[in-house]
Write a protein that binds this ligand. Structure first.
Ligand code: FES
Length: 147
């Protein structure tokens, strides 16, 4: 049912954790399953993503997609990072079963929410980036260590 890459990224997720003083952080949830994903970005002065970490309280596909998404955005500039869509993440994982496609949306949304946070903090506008619908960062901070 799952590709070897999905199983690998689920069992050995890359970039798990948190970045202290991140340039941007985005937390999104899936209302249907209740799964939550948070992505931290460290972006340098040339708008290159130096580092990216995640915490995901969610299913195996959500963990595998967040792991792959962090790998894909590292080293990219913010415009390139916007191209890391759920489709791109799924392709990099050699696909997901149809019932799990929605899980990969969390990674894309979390990256966008983190980029939005970065843009707001720096007073810039990122072309092509929309305000995240489901950023649940506000008020979640104190529960951070729970997942
Ligand atoms: Fe919720 Fe996969 S079932 S993200």
């Amino acid at each position: 049912m799952y590709s070897e890459k999905v199983i690998d990224h689920f069992q050995n997720p890359r970039n798990v954790g948190k970045i202290e003083n991140p340039s941007g952080v985005g937390t999104v949830g899936n209302a249907k399953c209740g799964d939550i994903m948070r992505i931290y970005l460290d972006i340098d002065e040339n708008q290159i993503i130096r580092d990216c970490k995640f915490k995901t309280f969610g299913c195996g596909a959500a963990i595998a997609t967040s792991s792959m998404a962090t790998e894909l955005v590292k080293g990219k500039n913010i415009q390139e990072a916007l191209q890391v869509t759920n489709k791109a993440v799924m392709e990099a994982l050699d696909g997901l079963p149809p019932v799990k496609v929605h899980c990969s949306l969390l990674a894309e949304e979390a990256i966008h929410a983190a980029l939005w946070d970065y843009a707001e903090k720096h007073g810039i506008k990122i072309e092509g980036l929309e305000k995240p619908k489901s950023d649940i960062h506000e008020g979640e901070e104190e529960e951070e260590e729970d997942y």
